[in-house]
Write a protein that binds this ligand. Sequence first.
Ligand SMILES: [Zn+2]
Length: 90
Amino acid sequence: MILLPCPHCGPRNASEFRYAGEASTRPDPNATTPEEWRAYLYIKNNPAGWTTEKWFHRTGCRRYFTAERHTVTNEVRETRLPAARLESNS
Ligand SMILES: [Zn+2]
């Protein structure tokens, strides 16, 4: 069982959540080329290591949050509300 700590509800089984993708900064629609939009929408980093992701607590508070998770070990070192500023994925 993988425990994912929701910032609102506390640690819960990962089956309560829905993965919502890698966290990234949305580009400015007025200053972005079609190629940059395509990269934002479809091209993901998918690292074997630490990554910043968006998750949705579908059977709990029904809110989105951001998690830093190691994709190999599934260790979660931080979860935070989406309003918190994103740092790099290193
Ligand atoms: Zn929750």
